[in-house]
Design a protein around this ligand. Sequence first.
Ligand SMILES: [Zn+2]
Length: 84
Amino acid sequence: MADEVDIADEVAETILQAQIERARKEQEAVTATGYCLSCGEPIADSTRRWCDADCRDDWELLKAETRRDLSETKADLTRWIVRV
Ligand SMILES: [Zn+2]
């Protein structure tokens, strides 16, 4: 039984790491579009990604929520693998 749990944990960890890596690459690839990435308002300075610090903080919070979701996915996956 312990072996199955170890294998499930290893598989889940591998998937989680792949998801985290993909999320990091997506975040690094985010470029300025001329619109705030958080609220969608047009930004006069085309090099900026957010209209202000509040919007940037909101956007980073959303990304943190996404990362937390990934952790929960790992826990769900581990439970599923152990059950199967
Ligand atoms: Zn904004």
